[in-house]
Design a protein around this ligand. Structure first.
Ligand code: ZN
Length: 277
């Protein structure tokens, strides 16, 4: 039996011959979902209807013990009878964590295959490796793996207040935890100190790892932390962050990220820490 934390998914690069097959039908970065169904996969019978429009198929592994593939469908399938097209962001709000994780994996794997058809060193076509999810250049003996970009995200705490910022591209009133990509050679801790200092001018300590979340927009891994503030004067950079403020836990901004996101979870964790719940 699989560890429960794997949420029903186990990766593999070849079919294992289970009874049946489930397919995640993907068009671009969107998912084709059977109307009235809560499942984001279709069975072999439903998939047969789509076969003609399938441009590429890729084995992902097993989903709840059944072989699972992602199919890259032609745009014509957008108007297929009995199905609707949903984008990943809408699914983030409307589906379960395990299904969201599965479809984001499907979209990212497909996109990675499409964007790594040729070797970056010699320009020869790459081939799927036989042993794992990798693409190989036989000429250079180079393997490339799905690209995942680690990011840190943090809610900084000052007593009963927390630091939340608004990105320059966001509407008025929308605030979230501060976040940023790791630089090459940097530790997650260094990235946290740097990002919070760059974006808000605040110095932090007592970093507490909370958890991580795969974030397929387009391929980040969000590493979530809480931290304490060593300084409280705010100096926003004005480039990424338009404004940042200290917010009392009882008077948080009107528009906050949902609990299905790491930032939403961090803010909830901050409130739990302050209130002792
Ligand atoms: Zn090469």
């Amino acid at each position: 039996m699989l560890p429960p934390a794997l949420e029903g998914f186990f990766p593999a690069n070849a079919l294992s011959g289970t009874d049946g097959l489930v397919v995640i039908p993907v068009i671009g970065r969107d998912i084709l979902v059977a109307r009235g169904s809560r499942e984001l996969t279709v069975d072999r019978e439903q998939a047969d209807v789509m076969k003609f429009f399938c441009q590429q198929r890729l084995v992902l592994g097993q989903w709840n013990g059944v072989d699972c593939e992602v199919w890259d469908l032609a745009p014509e399938c957008r108007s297929m009878d009995g199905f609707s097209v949903m984008d990943l962001r809408s699914l983030l709000l409307s589906t379960t964590d395990d299904q969201f994780s599965l479809v984001s994996r499907a979209v990212q794997m497909l996109e990675w295959q499409k964007t790594h058809r040729y070797c970056g060193a010699c320009g020869q076509p790459t081939e799927s490796a036989t042993t794992d999810h990798a693409l190989k250049c036989l000429a250079c003996d180079i393997s490339v793996y799905p690209r995942i970009s680690p990011c840190v995200i943090v809610v900084v705490r000052d007593g009963e207040r927390c630091l939340l910022g608004r990105q320059v591209t966001w509407p008025e009133g929308r605030f979230s935890a501060l976040a940023g990509f790791l630089e090459a050679g940097e530790s997650a801790e260094q990235a946290l100190h740097r990002e919070v200092f760059e974006e808000a001018g605040v110095q932090i300590s007592n970093l507490r790892y909370v958890g991580s979340q795969a974030w397929p927009f387009p391929g980040q891994l969000m590493l979530g932390f809480l931290a304490d503030a060593d300084t409280t004067e705010i100096n926003v950079d004005g480039l990424e962050i338009a404004e940042a403020h200290w917010w009392h836990y009882k008077e948080l901004p009107a528009i906050l990220p949902p609990l299905s996101t790491m930032s939403g979870r961090l803010i909830a964790r901050f409130v739990e820490e302050v209130t002792g719940t």
